[in-house]
Design a protein. Sequence first.
Length: 212
Amino acid sequence: MRTAIIGGAGRMGAWFAKYFASKGYPVVLFDSKAEDARSLASRMRVEAAESLREAVEGADLVLVSVPIPVTSEVIRRAVGHMGEGAVLVEISSMKAPTIDAMRWAADRSVLTLSLHPLFGPAATSLKGQKMILAPVLNSDAELKAARRLFGEADVTTTNPLEHDRAMALVLSVPYALNIAFAGLLGEEKDISMLKRMAGPLSQSNSLSWGAS
């Protein structure tokens, strides 16, 4: 299954490139940072494309791993060069900005998977990792395809709006609390004393302690 990774020089793009290469799939990388893509492709012994069109044409699977503001544009460009029945995967962390483009793609005989991997590039495998699927057109078909491609992952399905609401709580609220906590600690004169007095809950906030 020929696999094109768009944004392949990025950290998550590179992670999925390695994942599919480990499965024995022919992999081609494309990235706006062309030199980085060529260097990574050389190290991985996979192909590097000079254009998005070159990467996508003939690919059975196209995975888009680019910044959210340009994801929809890249999806629309990629679909124009994809064959009927090919699989298009996007892995953005917010779905509202991309769902219209994915629905547009689904209407053009492309199987669309809108996934959010709940892990980072430090993960050594998919085993035990969580992924969220936000169905685009056909929940059953998309879930089946996601499990076929990423069988070791725990794939959970939710609609795009619920996904984004959950991510706002799971990601944004703890981040905001960390910023507030770090700000308060910054006003303290004796941080070492506070660390000695901190209980398990406070000690678990390593980000804020480290920032101080």
